[in-house]
Design a protein around this ligand. Structure first.
Ligand code: C5P
Length: 238
């Protein structure tokens, strides 16, 4: 679907008016936007329609995790909105992942690409132990990544620190979607495993998800343009 790495701006705003204000401040060259739980819970498909009206592509980050029947129907319903990428929790298990893949297949080429979240970046190994998972976090992420791709999902969410490993292991096909991007010198916020845009591109990411370094910048247009430039430069000089 994508030849070159793309910037996705995370629209972590609470409402449609805030979304419109933000979009006006960003360069028209940005093709992709992420809508997450906050904005979708507040505005639902209206937020998607707003992006469509501006000709933008959508990453709907709903992290679906439910019984297979429910997830199959949710994927089919979400796909009706013409989205490009949709997330699910790999921990929903094989039957859930297969049902999701079946729903997408039934849509044909207009279906969203399904992207699995393996282990939330907010979890530490001690949290996994509390959940009854004793293998190291990295092994857990690889195992759930393999399960997701075996079930027919299109890609994985992974920090730039894991992208190189995942590429080596799973090859060129999976779409790797990488949050935790921080241009040199910007604040980390609550992100721990961060990387610059150029590092993420060189590691093999297909999509770079960026929120606060753009949203909280004094001039979001300038911040976004600088990241686009850095991505282009990294592509030109691999
Ligand atoms: O503001 P920041 O650049 O950290 O935002 C990153 C975006 O990516 C947020 O919307 C966050 O919810 C999302 N995300 C993440 N880590 C994941 C999955 C999604 O940071 N593992």
């Amino acid at each position: 679907m994508v030849a070159l790495p793309e910037l996705i701006v995370a629209l972590d705003v609470p409402s449609l008016p805030a979304l419109r204000t933000l979009l006006q401040k960003l360069p028209s060259a940005i093709n992709w936007y992420k809508i997450g739980l906050e904005l979708f819970a507040a505005e639902g498909p209206r937020a998607l329609a707003e992006l469509h009206s501006q000709g933008k592509k959508i990453f709907l980050d709903l992290k679906l995790h439910d019984i297979p029947h429910t997830v199959e129907r949710a994927v089919a319903a979400a796909a009706q909105h013409g989205i490009g990428l949709l997330t699910l929790h790999a921990a929903g298990g094989r039957a859930m992942l297969l049902s999701a893949a079946r729903a997408a297949q039934a849509m044909g080429p207009s279906a969203p690409k399904l992207i699995a979240v393996t282990t939330l970046t907010s979890l530490k190994e001690t949290d996994l132990i509390e959940l009854g998972i004793s293998r190291p976090l990295k092994d857990q992420a690889i195992a759930l990544g393999k399960l997701s791709l075996d079930c027919g999902l299109d890609g994985l969410v992974a920090s730039a620190w894991e992208v190189e490993d995942l590429r080596r292991r799973f090859g060129a096909a999976p779409l790797l979607v990488t949050p935790g991007i921080r241009p040199a010198g910007s604040a980390l916020g609550d992100q721990k495993r961060v990387a610059t845009p150029s590092l993420a591109v060189r590691a093999g990411a297909n999509f770079l998800v960026v929120g606060r370094p753009i949203l909280d910048a004094a001039d979001p247009r300038v911040a976004a343009a600088a990241i686009l430039d850095e991505i282009r430069a990294a592509i030109a000089r691999p």
